[in-house]
Design a protein around this ligand. Structure first.
Ligand SMILES: NC(=O)c1ccc[n+]([C@@H]2O[C@H](COP(=O)([O-])OP(=O)(O)OC[C@H]3O[C@@H](n4cnc5c(N)ncnc54)[C@H](O)[C@@H]3O)[C@@H](O)[C@H]2O)c1
Length: 353
């Protein structure tokens, strides 16, 4: 076994159907008295429901979270927290809402309690992203890790199928790249395998019956494990490519991960055979790249960048940006092969290995 360093993240996890009922207890355990509840405009009703549940422990609702965390939004939310005397924030929603909570925590040190309703996994990571003057800055800071995470699968019953599948494969991407991270460790490898397997068995069941609570529990459990991997070890080619495609070409986050992952895995396949074997086993296939592609296609997710707003003329530019910053990856970054990877993702071809 190779030598490793393992850093546990300090978050407390409360998991299970109906666990939202423990919210007030968890606020008390944090030593907090009043929570500002955060959500997107689309999930305002959920935020109001949470505020009602909190009763006198609710300071108010800020339902203006949006993608990429504009710094202006974070400032307005923090001002509102101060005016209302909030001493913690509750973020109910996906990665965009958790991201707003993180921006508030970074600036103010307010403790965040996250209630994830997608499988993006941001709640388990010290990674934050804030957009200022059109540029998204990302960084790592332990202060942004939510102090408590309540995973209640009942809150995900209404996550639309398309978003469930792409968000689930977004989570699988964290685990898959964690397996070949230069700073990987055996604990994260266990979590990665278990997390991918839980999501791979959940998605077809959710496709059959959207409100299958057992399948929703499996998916959220997998999201927790995969998010933990993302928070603990470094990501490689796949995450950097998706960051480029999202940031420079404004492609949607989870869909981009879903489409690119099979091709990133095919690119790295020969250089990381042990990781590929684990991914294929977890997904019940014989090839990691093909198993991810099939999971997406069989469950109705997009498989081609051309179908989510990418323009073919931009593929050269994307390859150029991806080559600019070198970073650890099992296979060195080769421009011609990277350009071909992007072409395959653009066309949506099934990887041939
Ligand atoms: N910092 C990190 O570690 C990290 C990790 C993963 C993702 N992210 C960031 O998170 C963002 C993407 O997050 P996301 O994929 O969760 O999407 P999102 O948070 O942007 O949510 C997309 C939409 O789905 C809605 N939604 C969420 N849960 C729902 C539910 N259960 N039912 C119905 N609608 C629901 C949201 O309100 C929103 O309108 C990206 O900006 C990405 O960069 C950050």
């Amino acid at each position: 076994m190779k030598s490793f360093i393992y850093n546990g993240q300090p978050a407390r996890v409360v998991f299970g159907a109906g666990s939202l009922q423990h919210l007030a207890r968890e606020i008390d355990a944090l030593g907090a008295k009043k929570a500002l509840v955060l959500s997107t405009p689309e999930q305002q009703a959920s935020a109001e429901m949470v505020a009602n549940l909190l009763g006198s422990r609710a300071a108010g609702v800020f339902a203006r979270a949006v993608m990429h965390v504009p710094i202006e939004t974070a400032r307005v939310a923090l001002d509102m927290a101060r005016v209302l005397g909030a001493d913690c924030a509750v973020a109910i929603g996906g990665g965009s809402t958790t991201g707003l909570g993180k921006a508030i925590a970074l600036d103010s040190g307010l403790p965040i309690l996250a209630i994830p309703t997608t499988y993006a996994g941001s709640e388990m990571t010290p990674i934050y992203g804030i957009t200022e003057a059109g540029m998204k800055k990302t960084g790592r800071d332990p202060r942004v890790v939510p102090r408590v995470v309540i995973y209640d699968p009942e809150l995900t019953l209404g996550l639309p199928l398309a978003m469930s599948v792409t968000s689930g494969i977004n989570a699988i991407a964290h685990a898959a790249e964690g397996l070949y991270a230069t700073d990987s460790n055996p604990v994260m490898n266990l979590m990665a395998k278990e997390g991918m397997a839980a999501i791979a068995r959940a998605l077809p069941a959710i496709k059959e019956v959207a409100n299958d609570l057992q399948a929703r529990s499996d998916a959220l459990y997998g999201a927790w494990l995969c998010g933990t991997v993302l928070g603990n070890v470094g990501m490689a080619l796949h995450h950097k490519l998706c960051h480029t495609l999202g940031g420079s070409f404004n492609l949607p986050h989870a869909e981009t991960h879903t489409i690119v992952l099979p091709h990133s895995l095919a690119y790295n396949a020969a250089a990381a055979p042990d990781a590929m074997r684990v991914i294929a086993e977890a997904l019940g296939g014989s090839s990691a790249a093909q198993a991810v592609f099939d999971l997406a296609k069989n469950n109705g997710a997009p498989t081609a960048l051309k179908d989510i707003g990418m323009h073919e003329v931009d593929l050269d530019k994307a390859a150029g940006i991806a080559m600019q910053n070198q970073y650890p990856n099992p296979r060195p970054l080769e421009r011609v092969a990277l350009r071909q990877l992007l072409q395959d993702a653009f066309d949506g071809v099934r990887p041939n290995r």
